[in-house]
Design a protein around this ligand. Structure first.
Ligand code: SAM
Length: 290
């Protein structure tokens, strides 16, 4: 794990060569311009010639080309049709890149991945992207919840979100997303990235995380939906005690919630942020019995 922060680039207001389009704020377009960060992402993604890479939001191709040099094949999904012709020209000679014009949130990833693994005779899939920040959480949850078979997901996101995800469940910085991500994956921070490493420079710093998908979840729960709903309810009102915050689950009398908490060995006055993953699992199972 590399902890050094990359922020060597200082050309904050100059469009670097090869960008060629006016960056769209609404599409979250902050293009990477720091070669060091690009190398750290490619190295941190653990890809080889056996790997099918799914790249999210290739933009003008800052990551696409170096990924394609290392990977067996890169399938890149981009929503902005303006950048696609240029990207196709840039990657044509490599012969192992295809670009899909679509919204990543609407793509059937399972079908795309199984089809391309077979088509290109590859052994594993890894997902990589400098994410559009306006939809970071829905993208990460889609990648984790859909059974894509990916070995890892290496993604750039806002530093504040990355730090929340990388924190341990049951600690102060954790949020609902921390539990969801740790349920599905081991989390490693690859690098902190200063805002100067992008064109245009965003207002916040960023960080790259690698999520290595687990073969087995760290806890067994009888009802996954209820488990995640407990976490969500607990963190939606994180200053309230669990006894009060869990009322938003609906369908449970306060007395039943109190009984379920006590049966799970959790004091009703505690708050969500103090619960470990195991305690949330016990709570969900106990509520299921209620
Ligand atoms: N990978 C490029 C880089 O590092 O310079 C661009 C990264 S930029 C932060 C995010 C990219 O995601 C943009 O190219 C944007 O057009 C694209 N994008 C935004 N929303 C998207 C969506 N729903 N599906 C696919 N791509 C999307």
């Amino acid at each position: 794990m590399s902890k050094n922060k990359r922020n060597k680039h200082s050309s904050r207001n100059k469009a670097p060569k090869g960008v060629g389009v006016r960056p769209s704020k609404s599409l979250g377009q902050n293009f990477l311009i720091d070669e060091g960060v690009i190398s750290e992402i490619v190295e941190g993604s653990s890809i080889s010639k056996d790997t099918l890479v799914i790249e999210i939001g290739p933009g003008t191709g800052a990551l696409t080309l170096p990924l394609a040099e290392k990977a067996g094949h890169v399938t890149a999904v981009e929503l902005d049709e303006r950048v696609i012709p240029g990207l196709r020209v840039k990657t044509f000679s490599l012969g192992n890149v295809d670009i899909i014009h679509d919204d990543i949130l609407r793509v059937d990833l399972k079908e795309l991945i199984s089809g391309n693994l077979e088509k290109y005779g590859l052994k594993e899939v890894r997902i990589v992207g400098n994410l559009p920040y306006y939809i970071t959480t829905p993208i990460i949850m889609k990648l984790l919840e859909e059974d894509t078979g990916a070995a890892s997901i290496t993604v750039m996101m806002q530093k504040e979100v990355a730090d929340r995800i990388a924190s341990e469940p049951g600690t102060k910085p954790a949020g609902a997303i921390t539990y969801s991500v740790h349920y599905y994956a081991d989390v490693t921070k690859i690098v902190d990235v200063g805002r100067e490493c992008f064109y245009p420079a965003p207002k916040v710093d960023s960080a790259v995380l690698r999520l290595d998908l687990r073969d087995e979840c760290p806890v067994n729960v009888a009802d996954e939906d209820l488990f995640f709903n407990c976490i969500k309810a607990g963190f939606t009102h994180r200053r309230k005690t669990l006894l009060n915050s869990l009322a938003s689950l609906g369908g449970y009398e306060k007395a039943a919630i109190e009984k379920a908490l006590l049966r799970a060995g959790i004091e009703p006055e505690r708050r969500a942020e103090s619960l470990s993953m195991e305690e949330f699992a016990r709570l969900a199972d106990s509520l299921k019995e209620a």
